[in-house]
Ligand binder design. Structure first.
Ligand SMILES: CC(C)(COP(=O)(O)OP(=O)(O)OC[C@H]1O[C@@H](n2cnc3c(N)ncnc32)[C@H](O)[C@@H]1OP(=O)(O)O)[C@@H](O)C(=O)NCCC(=O)NCCS
Length: 470
């Protein structure tokens, strides 16, 4: 334990030094990369030809440069470590975590406009950053908030479609059904049917994406109120920003919960392109399926327990610990409970990652939020204890590549503290946030004219023969 604390202190100091260098680099970068117009669509219109030329040059000058060797392990291991996708909006470093257009989470918290001084970033600001690579001014964010407000009307048939499902259906099933029902308004589909030139495809993709981002909080809130509040829905409040309005429609009025929602939507939005939901959205859209179809497919991937559903699993697991051992659980009891989970053939939810090899910075910023707003909360203290107990056990297993906590290890206890206690609903919140990241990339997919995704697959026999020859 002493060793573990020592290592974590050293790595904190090191990463603080790295962060400071990176931050000053980013700030230098930001001085150049700020935008002036208030209209996001015009901003994109200007950027697209530049980026198309950049891609063209990359292809023509460096198309034959190798990026690495593919091994049999990679083919059999879910394509781990295989670089195979272009994803502009964010990049994941195994040790440092996510950067949104070059900015880490602490940097985003520092430079993106907030609703109040020192507050969490407005998700609309992150959306602007993801789409343009530029840090928006407060006026640009306000203008984007206004654009989203003007699109935030959900046709009645969407609610009726959700109502056709049993109220007990999983919230993700109800949410995805709502997104599919929104699809009937797709501008992309209409434009394609009319016969649009492929160089213009990004435009209806933009229209659909912005409407989708504007409307998913209403659909998500409807599902929540239908399932847990007897269908008493709360109308949107146009005086609020995107995150605060979402929390308001769910039924939460505290300003701390509104801040949490802004942080939540910001940090869950994007995690480069290879994760199940992002990759699925990108893959489906590569067939020129419209943003609604693509995003609904992404949500179905997010609903898996090894991916987005892990936030539900974490809170249920934590509550089962409390039920069995009480809130003042000792580290020894916790140790035994973790082993019991592992011995029953289950994973410890909220720990491990396909790419990350250190503590997820999305976990860290939620921990900081908890330290500021709910340091005495017993479930938060349990999460903090898990941070000490779980990694050594997973390391002892000898096969887990990353024993550290991920984003899902923390989100549930924060939501639970503010009264959003229905764990089965948590993945829907994740889904609302993911709309920002996935849709931003879909707009660029079409703007850059990225092709149909079609990797080669082989059989075991093919691999055996290939290996014999090699
Ligand atoms: C996220 C996750 C799916 C990544 O999987 P991965 O890339 O295959 O991870 P690894 O390469 O480290 O897996 C190697 C082995 O360790 C196991 N392992 C990884 N994380 C584990 C965990 N938290 N608890 C128990 N076992 C775990 C894997 O199941 C695998 O076992 P197997 O060889 O018997 O199949 C995995 O860490 C996991 O299941 N975590 C818990 C669920 C979760 O929190 N998901 C949200 C991710 S953001």
């Amino acid at each position: 334990m002493v060793f573990y604390r020592g290592v974590s202190l050293l790595s904190k100091l090191r990463s603080r030094a790295v962060q400071q260098t990176n931050l000053s680099n980013s700030v230098r970068w930001l001085q150049v990369q700020t935008s002036s117009g208030l209209d996001l669509r015009s901003e994109l219109q200007e950027l697209i030809p530049e980026q198309q030329d950049r891609l063209k040059k990359l292809k023509s000058e460096h198309g034959k440069v190798q990026l690495g060797n593919i091994t049999v392990d990679m083919v059999l291991g879910g394509m781990r470590g295989m670089t195979g996708l272009l994803w502009e909006t964010s990049l994941l470093d195994p040790d440092e975590g996510i950067r949104f257009r070059g900015l880490s989470i602490p940097e985003c918290q520092k430079v993106l406009p907030a609703a109040k001084p020192g507050g969490e970033p407005l998700p609309e600001g992150l959306l602007w950053l993801l789409l343009t690579g530029k840090v928006p001014s407060k006026e640009q964010v306000d203008s984007l908030s206004q654009e989203l407000r003007s699109r935030a009307t959900v046709p009645d048939h969407v609610y009726k479609t959700i109502d056709a499902l049993p109220v007990t259906a999983h919230p993700m099933t109800q949410f995805t059904t709502g997104v599919m029902a929104l699809q009937v308004q797709s501008e992309f589909q209409k434009a394609y049917e009319k016969g649009i030139h492929k160089s213009k495809l990004w435009e209806p993709t933009y229209e659909d994406s912005m409407s989708l981002i504007a409307q998913v909080p209403l659909v998500a809130a409807y599902v929540y109120r239908r399932m847990y509040k007897n269908g008493n829905t709360i109308p949107k409040d146009d005086s609020l920003d995107y995150g605060a309005n979402f929390a308001h429609m769910l039924g939460f009025s505290s300003s701390d919960m509104h801040e949490l929602m802004k942080l939540y939507v910001t940090i869950h939005s994007d995690h480069e392109g290879g994760n199940v939901s992002a990759h699925t959205g990108h893959l489906v859209a590569s067939a020129l399926s419209d943003p609604y179809l693509s995003f609904a497919a992404a949500l179905n991937g997010l609903a898996g327990p090894l991916h987005g559903l892990a936030n539900q699993e974490v809170l249920l697991w934590i509550k089962s610990v409390v039920e069995e051992c009480g809130e003042n659980i000792s580290k020894e009891q916790l140790n035994d409970y973790v082993w019991k989970t592992l011995k029953s053939g289950k994973v410890v939810p909220g720990f491990g990652h396909g790419v990350l090899r250190k503590t997820d910075p999305r976990y860290t910023c939620q921990r900081e939020f908890a330290l500021k707003h709910l340091p005495e909360d017993p479930l938060f203290q349990l999460v903090a204890k898990l941070y000490e107990v779980v990694p050594p056990i997973l390391t002892e297993l000898g096969k887990v590549k990353n024993p550290w906590p991920n984003v899902d290890a923390h989100s549930g206890v924060l939501l639970n503290y503010y009264g959003l206690t229905e764990a089965r609903y948590y993945t829907v919140l994740f889904g609302v946030s993911r709309a920002l990241g996935i849709c931003s990339q879909l707009i660029w997919d079409r703007a850059l004219g990225l092709p149909l995704e079609r990797p080669k697959s082989v059989t075991m026999e093919w691999l055996e023969n290939h290996c014999k020859k090699a």
